[in-house]
Design a binder for this molecule. Structure first.
Ligand SMILES: [Zn+2]
Ligand SMILES: [Zn+2]
Length: 253
């Protein structure tokens, strides 16, 4: 009720471009136009990691990935507009914008998508406390509703890592090495849309299913590869990953 009154008094604006929202859209964080400004990632790409193909030789980005990690795809390039959207999801306290980000991810294809469980990349506990939520979990739930796939909190972060942003690819690998492991207790499958009858409470019973890691951004893939490694170690055979954004990889060579 109070929210409704506030909306009448304060015209709502898009958190990304500040355009005024129509009354009908006033409960939404972003306008209809902003997602059209995001630049989709398109082929040709490396069949495995989804990165534009190198001109010469095999792809180096995914060469060291664990065997089970077969494919990673991202919806849009992380340039100005898309970066603001991720920023709003992570730092703006706007978990509702996950719906808009997930909408951009709906068309992503990875193996066994229609039989898979979605696995959010876990956030360090301290970060969840300060943010109030894990943005990857919000994204996974929004995408799970669109794909009608269940979300399982299969992984835990075993230690905190420093933000990856300023690190070289090699330093990123060292930073996240061993940062994830399989959850031992209840992995908290929430039944979405009443479609998934068999409750997967035991992480060990989920590990045999195709798994799709969900994260907000793919930069060098180091974090996703490490999360996949934890699933691979636990016996997973088909692991993929989807992200909303893909950073244009800086040239460290
Ligand atoms: Zn906008
Ligand atoms: Zn590759």
């Amino acid at each position: 009720m109070r929210e409704a009154v506030e909306q009448l008094l304060l015209p709502a604006e898009c958190v990304l471009c500040r355009a005024l929202l129509s009354f009908r859209d006033s409960a939404r964080p972003a306008c209809d136009v902003c997602p059209h400004r995001w630049r989709p990632v398109r082929p040709p790409w490396c069949a495995r990691c989804g990165q534009p193909e190198p001109l010469f030789g095999p792809c180096r980005l995914c060469a060291e990935w664990p065997a089970a990690f077969g494919a990673a795809r991202s919806a849009v390039w992380l340039d100005a507009g898309a970066r603001d959207a991720v920023h709003a999801l992570k730092y703006g306290g706007l978990s509702r914008i996950a719906t808009d980000l997930a909408a951009a991810m709906v068309g992503l294809h990875v193996p066994a998508r229609d039989a898979a469980l979605l696995v959010p990349v876990p956030l360090a506990r301290a970060r969840v406390r300060e943010r109030g939520y894990n943005q990857s979990e919000r994204l996974a739930r929004a995408l799970g509703r669109r794909w009608r796939r269940p979300v399982v909190d299969l992984l835990v972060r075993t230690r905190d890592t420093v933000p990856q942003t300023a690190l070289t690819p090699e330093a990123r690998l060292a930073n996240v090495a061993g940062a994830f492991e399989l959850r031992t207790g209840d992995c908290g499958l929430r039944i979405e849309g009443g479609k998934f009858k068999s409750a997967i409470r035991n992480p060990k019973s989920a590990i045999g299913r195709p798994l799709i890691l969900v994260d907000d951004v793919f930069t060098t893939g180091a974090t996703l590869a490490e999360a996949a490694r934890a699933l691979d170690r636990a016996g997973a055979r088909t692991v993929s990953a989807v992200t909303f954004g893909r950073a244009v990889v800086p040239d460290f060579t």
